[in-house]
Every structure is written in structure tokens, then in C-alpha cells.
Design a binder for this molecule. Structure first.
Ligand code: IDP
Ligand code: MG
Length: 239
């Protein structure tokens, strides 16, 4: 298991713990790449927090993180702030490309992320310039299809979105399916709704770093909305 996966697994476990621990307070999440442990401050909720952390230790990754966390003296958690300004939920950048928009697949695609339990935190419709498309796909600039790809992305409206949730970067890619729709599994967005690689209807960030970069490229920080969804306690609580 790579250290990146370990980090993201422990962050996810922390986020879930905090969701339990913050039943009566507002839950915040941010796209900042901060250590969850460093970000946690509580108001008089430490005993509950600690017992909640204890229960959450179901994986090796989270257990090792948790033992470290519990060893931190209570005083290390400043108890001043009212709100838990805490463990980020992961965020990913998802775009419905011009073919998906023109084919009337916006609601179909959004509903797959929504029904899974992920939370929409930013959305806009935009026709990107070719220069912007080149920035978005900069890592593919040596590929023979780069120019056509950027022409295509800038040829019409794109739905740009940020989705939030535990494991949303990796699982978002699973929902999307393989790059070439001929190889995408049935049940995935590309598997069910697209046929060729040049018109595969959707983009999704492929890792934490690209997610961060792409969100920053497409959205201003103030475009991202922090809110608590009513569904969160039903999606994330554990027994
Ligand atoms: P991804 O979208 O699954 O992350 P990437 O390899 O990052 O796949 O490629 C970006 C986009 O470039 C693809 O979604 C697809 O639209 C296009 N693309 C990838 N490979 C080819 C190809 O071989 N021919 C034409 N277009 C391609
Ligand atoms: Mg890609």
C-alpha cells in the first residue's frame, strides 16, 4: 500500500470519526491539503472525540494514525473554537464534456454521483477557451490526439463540478469507467453511455494532486460551497 493511500485512508477514517463527533456542531470540510490531526480543534468534546476515534480504528492505516492521535495530550487540542474545522473530505474535479452535454446526459451523470452519496460543492456551465483546455490537459501535450482533444473540449459547453466525499477521487474514477468506452465495464458511465475514446463524455481527476490542481484551475476558492447535507449522517455513520 502506498503512503498516499495510507494517508488518504486515515484521513477518510478521521473524517468519519469527526462526523460522528460533531453531531451537534456544524461539520466543515475544505480542499486544503492539511493533516487532519493538525486541523482538529474541539470545544469541550475531547472525551467523546477520543472514544469515537477508538471505535473508528477498523483498518491498519487508521489504527496506526489513531494510536498517534490518542497519545497527544488533551491540552494539544485547543478548546476554543465552536466549530469543528476539521478533516477534509476528499474533493475531486468532474466535468461533463461537450458530447455529454449535447447528448442530454447532464442529469444522468449528476445523478450517478448524487445517488452514490457524494456531495456536489461546485457547479458551472462554461465554454472553455482552447488555451484553457490546453492547460487542463497539459500532461497530454506530447500525445498525437492532444490538439484534437483540446479543440473538442473547447467546442461547446462543459459542466464543471466539484464533488466531495470519502474516497471520491478513486471511486469517482470507478463510476466513470475506463478511458476507452470499449473497455469500460457495463454499469459505469462510459460503459453505459459512450462508445469511442474520443467521445467518452466525462472527465474525472485521476489522483489527489490532479484533483487539487484541476479544482484550482476551474474554480475560485469562494465558488466551493461548504455545507452539511441532510444525508450525511445516513451516508457516513457507523454502528
Ligand atoms: P481519462 O479521461 O480517463 O483520465 P486520459 O488518458 O487522461 O484519460 O486522456 C484524457 C482524454 O483524452 C480522454 O478522456 C479521451 O477523451 C482522450 N483520449 C485518451 N486517449 C485517446 C486516444 O488514444 N485517442 C483519442 N483520444 C484519446
Ligand atoms: Mg486523465
Amino acid at each position: 500500500m502506498s503512503s498516499q493511500i495510507v494517508r488518504s485512508a486515515s484521513r477518510a477514517a478521521t473524517a468519519r470519526s469527526l462526523l460522528s463527533a460533531s453531531k451537534n456542531s456544524r461539520f466543515y470540510s475544505e480542499g486544503r491539503a492539511v493533516s487532519a490531526a493538525a486541523a482538529v480543534t474541539f470545544s469541550g468534546k475531547l472525551p467523546y472525540l477520543v472514544s469515537s476515534f477508538g471505535r473508528a480504528g477498523s483498518s491498519t492505516a487508521s489504527r496506526s494514525w489513531l494510536s498517534g492521535a490518542i497519545a497527544i495530550p488533551a491540552a494539544a487540542y485547543t478548546l476554543q473554537e465552536q466549530e469543528v474545522h476539521a478533516a477534509e473530505m476528499e474533493r475531486t474535479f468532474i466535468a461533463i464534456k461537450p458530447d455529454g452535454v449535447q447528448r442530454g446526459l447532464i442529469s444522468e451523470i449528476i445523478s450517478r454521483f448524487e445517488r452514490k452519496g457524494f456531495k456536489l460543492v461546485a457547479i458551472k456551465i462554461v465554454v472553455p477557451s482552447k488555451e484553457f483546455a490546453q492547460k487542463h490537459y497539459h500532461d497530454l501535450k506530447e500525445r498525437p490526439f492532444f490538439n484534437g482533444l483540446c479543440e473538442f473540449l473547447s467546442s461547446g459547453p462543459v459542466i464543471a463540478m466539484v464533488w466531495e466525499g470519502e474516497g471520491v477521487i478513486t471511486y469517482g474514477r470507478k463510476l466513470i469507467g475506463a478511458t476507452d468506452p470499449q473497455k469500460s465495464e457495463p454499469g459505469t458511465i462510459r460503459g453505459d453511455l459512450a462508445v469511442v475514446v474520443g467521445r467518452n463524455i466525462i472527465h474525472g481527476s485521476d489522483g489527489p494532486e490532479t484533483a487539487k490542481d484541476e479544482i484550482k484551475l476551474w474554480f475560485k476558492p469562494e465558488d466551493l460551497v461548504n455545507y452539511t447535507s441532510n444525508a450525511e449522517k445516513w451516508v457516513y455513520e457507523s454502528n
